[in-house]
Design a protein around this ligand. Structure first.
Ligand SMILES: [Zn+2]
Length: 246
């Protein structure tokens, strides 16, 4: 989503950190939000190429992430916006209907309900969250994640997410941000190293629920919590390996 403004032109693109920016990009696309809640969403300088690449990922995520939530905006997107988007995108429509299965979903009260579930393309969702983390790091700390640093997006179980929150998001409380956009359409918690602002940890969520993914032989779906770590490759890689084994 493009905003033409001098504020965002002629800088370095926060996503590729290479090309000059040509526009302000809405870090979390406007289309996730109700129309009345679209002003004042965070933006970052972006180049044409990154804006185009990110838009394609957003089209996918806007269609798929409202499934599995009873958030009023998610329901509205599903009823009104998703059918229009699918009618314009025959390829995605085919992809989704071919992968759609009946599954059992566990509600907050622990009941199992039969519902339609969609296959979540983890690669595209992870790629979008990588963009979002880079954008928000710039938004909060004017930080460009340098080359040689990783932006690792992890999809974690409930337990993994709790560990991540307890061990990493508690660090550097003076830099911790807890942000809720538009009644939990998007919310996130982040913190960063006090010496190095590109060394950071994130937990993010759309529509008040973890994304639903994976299919067990029993037909149940797992909630996946989207967390992310950015930092120097030689520090982040062993930390992630250790974390995923814990
Ligand atoms: Zn770029």
């Amino acid at each position: 989503m493009i905003t033409l403004s001098k504020k965002y032109k002629g800088k370095i693109c926060v996503y590729c950190t290479t090309r000059p920016s040509v526009c302000g990009d809405h870090i979390v696309a406007k289309e996730f939000f109700p129309v009345a809640a679209r002003s004042n969403l965070p933006q970052a300088p972006a180049c044409n190429q990154c804006n185009t690449d990110k838009s394609a990922l957003e089209q996918y995520a806007i269609t798929i992430l409202p499934f599995g939530s009873d958030h009023s905006t998610a329901r509205d997107r599903l009823a009104n916006k998703v059918p229009i988007m699918l009618s314009r995108n025959a390829k995605l429509k085919r992809e989704l209907s071919a992968g759609m299965t009946s599954v059992w979903t566990r509600t907050a009260e622990g009941l199992l309900l039969s519902s339609k579930a969609l296959p979540l393309d983890a690669y595209r969702i992870v790629s979008l969250f990588q963009f979002i983390v880079r954008g928000l790091a710039w938004h909060h700390w004017q930080t460009l994640i340098p080359k040689g640093y990783l932006v690792e997006v992890l999809t974690l179980s409930e337990r993994g997410s709790t560990l991540f929150t307890d061990y990493l998001l508690r660090l550097s409380p003076q830099f911790r941000e807890d942000v809720v956009l538009s009644d939990r359409v998007f919310q996130y918690t982040c913190t960063r190293n006090d010496q190095d602002s590109a060394f950071s940890a994130w937990h993010m969520q759309f529509y008040g629920v973890p994304a639903m993914a994976g299919s067990h032989p029993s037909g149940t779906m797992d909630a996946v919590h989207v967390c992310a770590l950015t930092g120097p490759q030689e520090v982040i890689r062993p930390a992630i390996d250790k974390f995923l084994k814990s």
